[in-house]
Write a protein that binds this ligand. Structure first.
Ligand code: CMX
Length: 437
C-alpha cells in the first residue's frame, strides 16, 4: 500500500466508524427545512450530501479543508522557481486533511508520472472523431474509453467486499488524475496543431508537464499559471452541477471513469464550466463589433446592455451560491497584476469588473452581480497564446478531477449509499403550500 493510500485508509477508517454510529444514533434529528422555492428552484441550499474536501460560503467563497486560496498559496509547496502552489499539494490536503511536505508532493508527482500511460483504445476512439468535434465531447469520450482499465470494475466483477470499495476507487482516482493531462494535451494538439504532439518531461510536476505537453514549452510564467489555474479550479464543494453529477453517478457504484465522464458532461454546459469559453468569445465579439481592443467605458456599458436586451446572460457573472466577487477571480487578477503588464484583453476583463456589477445590480433580480471564476481565465490564456477558446473547459475539467476524485474516495470509504432524492409534482407542491401557509 503506498504512503498516501495508507494515510487515507487510517483517516477514513476512523471517520467511518464515527460517521456510521452518529447516523445510527441521531439519524432522526431534524437539521434543516426546505421551502417551496427550493423544491421548485434547483434545490438551492438544500443540505443533502456529505462532501469532505471543500466548502463554499456565499461571502467568503471557497475553502479547501478550511484553507482559503491566499492561505493555500502560503502553505502548499510550490513549483521549482515558481511561487504558485502545486495542485499535487491540494490533492493531498483534500484527501487526507494534512498540509504535505515538499517530499510528499515530489512523491505524488512521481507517482502520477508512473501511472500516466493512457490505454491505446483512447487514442483509437479519438482518431475516429473529426477534429471538429468539440474538445469537451472528445474529453468525455476519452475518459469513458479509459474505463477499460478500471480497477474497481475489475475487482467488483470478481466479488468485492463493501469494506474494500475504497481501495480500487483510490487506484482509479490516482490513475485517472495521472492520465487526464496526457489525454487533454493530446486533444488540444490533435484539434488545433496538426496532430503534432509534445512528450512529457519527467523532471516536471503535474501542471508544469501539462503546460509542456500543450506545447507552450518555453514560457515559465505559463507553467506558473497552469499550477495556479489547476489548483483554484479543483473543487467547489459537492453541490455544483459537475461535482454533484459525479457524486450521483458514483453512488450507483459506477467506477471513477464513468462517474467523472458524467461530471464532465455537466461541466460542458454554458451556465457552468463552458462559461469560460463563452466569456472570451463574448469579449472577442465585442472588440470585433466595436473595432477596437481598447473600448471606452461607455462602449462597454452599451455592449453589456445590448447583450441583456437580446435576452442573453453576461457570461462569467453571477453565481448560484456566491454573493461576493469569486476569490478564484481575485486570485487570477492578482496573478495578472504580477505577471502581465498592459494586455488589452486583461484590461477589458478589469473594465468589465468595473462595469458589469452595477448594470446587473440595477436589474433587481440578479442575486449576485459579481464575477465568477470564468470571468478572468480566458484573457490569461489568450495572453500566453492559448487562443482556442473552445478548449478552455477541458482545462477546467482536468483540474476539477482533483476535488471530485478525492471526494469519491471519501464517499466509498464512508460507505455513502445510492443517492435518491424525492421528486413531487406541481399539484403536490401547491397542496403543501396551502397546508403550510
Ligand atoms: N447575466 C444576466 N442575467 C443573469 C445573470 C447574468 N450573468 N446571472 C443571473 N441572471 C438572471 C438569471 O438568468 C435569472 O433571470 P430570470 O429570473 O429571468 O430567469 C435571475 O437573474 C436570477 O438568477 P440568480 O438566482 O441570480 O442566478 P442562478 O442561481 O439562477 O444562476 C448562474 C446562477 C451562474 C447560472 C447565472 O448567474 C448565470 O447564468 N451566469 C452566467 C453564466 C456563468 O457565468 N456561469 C458560470 C458559473 C460558474 C461556473 O460554474 O463555472
Amino acid at each position: 500500500m503506498d504512503r498516501l493510500k495508507k494515510k487515507f485508509y487510517e483517516k477514513s477508517s476512523a471517520l467511518k466508524s464515527e460517521f456510521k454510529s452518529t447516523i445510527k444514533k441521531h439519524g432522526a434529528v431534524k437539521v434543516g427545512s426546505v421551502n417551496a422555492a427550493q423544491v421548485a428552484g434547483g434545490m438551492r441550499g438544500v443540505q443533502s450530501m456529505i462532501w469532505e474536501t471543500s466548502e463554499l460560503d456565499a461571502e467568503k467563497g471557497i475553502t479547501f479543508r478550511g484553507k482559503s486560496i491566499p492561505e493555500l498559496k502560503e502553505l502548499l509547496p510550490s513549483g521549482k522557481d515558481c511561487k504558485e502552489p502545486l495542485p499535487e499539494g491540494l490533492f493531498w490536503l483534500m484527501l487526507v486533511d494534512e498540509i504535505p511536505t515538499d517530499k510528499d508532493v515530489q512523491w505524488l508527482s512521481n507517482e502520477w508520472e508512473k501511472r500516466s500511460k493512457v490505454p491505446q483504445q483512447v487514442y483509437d476512439v479519438l482518431a475516429s472523431l473529426s477534429p471538429k468535434t468539440h474538445p469537451m465531447t472528445q474529453f468525455i469520450l476519452a475518459i469513458n474509453a479509459m474505463q477499460v482499465d478500471s480497477e474497481f470494475a475489475k475487482r467488483y466483477s470478481k466479488g468485492l467486499s463493501k469494506n474494500d470499495y475504497w481501495d480500487p476507487t483510490y487506484e482509479d482516482a490516482m490513475n485517472l488524475i495521472a492520465r487526464l493531462p496526457v489525454v487533454a494535451a493530446y486533444i488540444y494538439r490533435r484539434t488545433y496543431h496538426k496532430n503534432i504532439h509534445y512528450k512529457a518531461d519527467l523532471s516536471l510536476d503535474w501542471a508544469g508537464n501539462f503546460a509542456q505537453m500543450l506545447g507552450v514549452t518555453d514560457n515559465e510564467d505559463f507553467k506558473s499559471l497552469m499550477r495556479l489555474y489547476l489548483t483554484i479550479h479543483a473543487d467547489h464543494e459537492g453541490g455544483n452541477a459537475s461535482a454533484h453529477t459525479g457524486h450521483l453517478i458514483s453512488s450507483t457504484l459506477s467506477d471513477a471513469y464513468l462517474s467523472y465522464g458524467g461530471a464532465m458532461c455537466s461541466l460542458a454546459g454554458p451556465l457552468h464550466g463552458l462559461a469560460n469559453q463563452e466569456v472570451i468569445k463574448w469579449i472577442f465579439a465585442m472588440t470585433k463589433e466595436l473595432k477596437t481592443t481598447k473600448p471606452t467605458k461607455e462602449q462597454v456599458s452599451k455592449y453589456i446592455n445590448d447583450t441583456l436586451a437580446s435576452g442573453q446572460v453576461i457570461p462569467g457573472y453571477g453565481h448560484a451560491v456566491l454573493r461576493e466577487p469569486d476569490p478564484r477571480f481575485t486570485a487570477q487578477k492578482v496573478f495578472a497584476e504580477e505577471y502581465i503588464r498592459d494586455d488589452d484583453y486583461v484590461n477589458i476583463v478589469w473594465q468589465l469588473f468595473d462595469t458589469v456589477p452595477d448594470i446587473l445590480g440595477a436589474l433587481g433580480k440578479v442575486k449576485n452581480p459579481w464575477p465568477n471564476v470564468d470571468a478572468h481565465s480566458g484573457a490569461l490564456l489568450v495572453h500566453y497564446g492559448l487562443k482556442e477558446y473552445s478548449y478552455y473547459t477541458v482545462l477546467f475539467g482536468v483540474s476539477r478531477a482533483l476535488g471530485v476524485m478525492a471526494a469519491t474516495c471519501w464517499s466509498r470509504a464512508l460507505g455513502l449509499p445510492l443517492e435518491r432524492p424525492k421528486s413531487v409534482n406541481f399539484e403536490w407542491l401547491k397542496q403543501a403550500i396551502k397546508k403550510n401557509l
